[in-house]
Design a protein around this ligand. Sequence first.
Ligand SMILES: NC(=O)c1ccc[n+]([C@@H]2O[C@H](COP(=O)([O-])OP(=O)(O)OC[C@H]3O[C@@H](n4cnc5c(N)ncnc54)[C@H](O)[C@@H]3O)[C@@H](O)[C@H]2O)c1
Length: 244
Amino acid sequence: MGEFDGKTAVLTGAAGGVGYQTATMLVADGADVHIIDLLDPPALPEGPGRATYHQGDVTDWDFVSGVFDGLKKLDYLVNSAGVLWFGKDVSAIDIDFDIWDKVMDINLKSMVMTMKCAVPMMQERGGAIVNIASIQCLRGDPAPQDAYQASKAGVIALTKSIAIQYAGDGIRANSVLPGGAWTPLQERWDRDPEAARRAAEAVPLGRVGQAEDIANAVMFLLSDKASWITGTEMIVDGGVTALP
Ligand SMILES: NC(=O)c1ccc[n+]([C@@H]2O[C@H](COP(=O)([O-])OP(=O)(O)OC[C@H]3O[C@@H](n4cnc5c(N)ncnc54)[C@H](O)[C@@H]3O)[C@@H](O)[C@H]2O)c1
């Protein structure tokens, strides 16, 4: 039996690259995984654990709270839903306020909603939360997506605060900061593999990330191996942010 056997997890954005890979790993290890995503259901990961699909919008409080209301218990929460809207999410100086608000709602406020549901369910027996931010919020960008950038900085701050508020209840909360990983979020690389090759050249470890690279970090932070780790950030970027 794996350590995730019989545990219950909620994962947002888990029809997408990182979330789906994490869901697959958790189900393979015996967990009961509840996947939330806007998209039509993908082929669900198969046992020994079980995957249940909840199609809906992470910014819809009635939908989100309804998913949690249907659970008997909760051990893990992974917030992976996120949007990077190239072309619409631009400099703060030029951005349409509706786009700004929508990105904030999806990338940040959704995590407020899911944690508002999850934390009370974890308070008796403890639990672990992993929120996906991005290395993009650690630096400026001459080709900006400012709403994305600011929302991801908010994810780090929010996660740290929740970690400190609920550490006494045995709830751990950490952020993962991926670098560029070839998932549907970066579908521009499917259209322009040359751009992916250039992105890989800028990575000290010589390649862009894959969903597995990020999911491995999430699994570690959920696991008991990380039982003394809370309120921090794990950068998973092939060395990009370590460059001078
Ligand atoms: N792939 C990268 O290069 C990269 C880099 C840094 C950070 N990240 C972050 O990692 C996380 C996972 O991204 P990914 O690479 O797996 O991308 P992805 O696009 O494959 O997955 C994101 C999922 O979120 C879902 N989603 C978006 N809006 C939603 C909503 N309103 N309600 C419900 N679901 C919604 C999408 O349908 C999608 O399936 C995101 O938060 C992203 O910002 C990704």
